[in-house]
Ligand binder design. Structure first.
Ligand code: XIL
Length: 347
């Protein structure tokens, strides 16, 4: 054997020095790095401004963020033609200072639309042609404002019903199904480098929704419409089975060439909290990350808030809560520790 090869053989045979053993990551940033993915959180802008501890933990733990509400249409244009960017800007600026990439959420949805828009459509003062140009202007303006600063946009959010039909929103009703392709084309024109996503809930397991979303993607691709990813919101609850087929569902979208993201992960429970429920919750979080890292195309896992101090769950699901990985005092729960144990996968 050549001396070089002998040396190499010796090096490979020798036990690793202690510090080189794959040890557990210390926090979520290290975890993200270990897996080569982004780990994000939704950001509550009021808390970001007012709570130093919230800000500190957010910026320590996460390398990706999504504005929880600040980029929604009602937030950025509460009155027609009057734009209020301060909150959205604050999220983007804080992210830049803390080396976090940003998911833009969301350009087109049926909820949290400004009242001037919904009432104008309802009373007929905004007709179909005008609605279409309002939507185009909205997408062009918002995407343009953050050009180069948003890694990925949730272009359309929740456009499929549970039964697999297209959601009967003002968009479908007044513009027809072509609004989806239009939204992606307009967004792409405004920032050609941003990754453009279709995002939905229950897409982890709901078969009709999965099939329809897959066919929307295929149709868009066949027409040459720029679509780059699919977002699984991932609003789970331990009173339901874990969506055990999730990784396979991810793979079906990945096979179409899409990037995969878990965009709004949380795992709620019926209160009161018990140690058993926290252990089950920890397992759901662990499985979600495991599913993501088992699919090469899954590049981001974002939590819909990281602390129970600021979670949408108690306000939206009666009698439920404790859905996040840290408690009200920002103390890590079993779910946090469970995430850190997920082994690296060869992808
Ligand atoms: C929620 C926010 O968390 C709440 O603060 C707000 O009152 C309502 O919207 N799917 C989505 C998110 O895409 O935008 C929603 O966020 C949660 C469900």
């Amino acid at each position: 054997m050549k001396p070089l090869l002998i040396a190499l053989a010796l090096i490979l045979a020798a036990p690793l020095p202690a510090h080189a053993h794959p040890s557990q990551p210390r926090d979520l940033r290290e975890l993200a790095q270990r897996h080569g993915i982004k780990i994000g959180s939704a950001v509550d802008v009021a808390a970001l401004r007012a709570e130093a501890d919230y800000r500190k933990v957010l910026n320590r733990e996460f390398n990706h963020v999504t504005a929880e509400n600040a980029m929604k249409w009602e937030s950025v244009e509460p009155q027609r033609g009057v734009y209020t960017w301060a909150d959205a800007d604050a999220v983007v600026e804080n992210a830049r200072r803390n080396r976090q990439q940003v998911r833009g959420h969301t350009l087109l949805w049926h909820n949290q639309l400004p009242a001037w828009l919904t009432s104008g459509v309802a009373d007929g003062s905004i007709g179909a042609a005008e609605l279409r140009s309002i939507l185009r202007d909205h997408i062009t303006t918002q995407v343009g404002r953050y050009k180069g600063k948003i890694r990925a946009w949730d272009v359309v959010n929740e456009v499929v019903e549970e039964d697999g039909t297209l959601r009967r929103s003002i968009w479908l009703t007044h513009l027809g199904p072509g609004y989806i392709a239009d939204a992606f084309r307009w967004a792409h024109r405004a920032d050609p480098r941003a990754k453009l996503f279709i995002n939905d809930y229950n897409l982890e397991w709901n078969q009709p929704k999965i099939e329809t979303t897959l066919s929307i993607v295929k149709d868009l691709q066949a027409e040459g419409v720029p679509i780059h990813g699919v977002g699984f919101q991932g609003h789970l609850g331990i009173q339901y089975d874990y969506p055990g087929d999730w990784a396979n569902v991810m793979r079906r979208f990945a096979d179409l060439g899409l990037e995969i993201a878990i965009t709004e992960l949380d795992v709620r429970m019926v209160l009161p909290v018990t140690p058993d429920k926290l252990a089950t919750q920890a397992d759901y979080y662990r499985r979600a990350l495991t599913d993501c890292v088992s699919v090469r195309a899954c590049e981001e896992m974002t939590l819909w808030g990281y602390t129970d101090r600021h979670s949408w769950v108690p306000g939206w699901f009666e009698g439920e809560g404790s859905a996040c990985v840290m408690d009200e005092n920002l103390a890590p729960k079993p779910a946090y520790h469970a995430l850190l144990t997920v082994p690296r996968q060869r992808r």
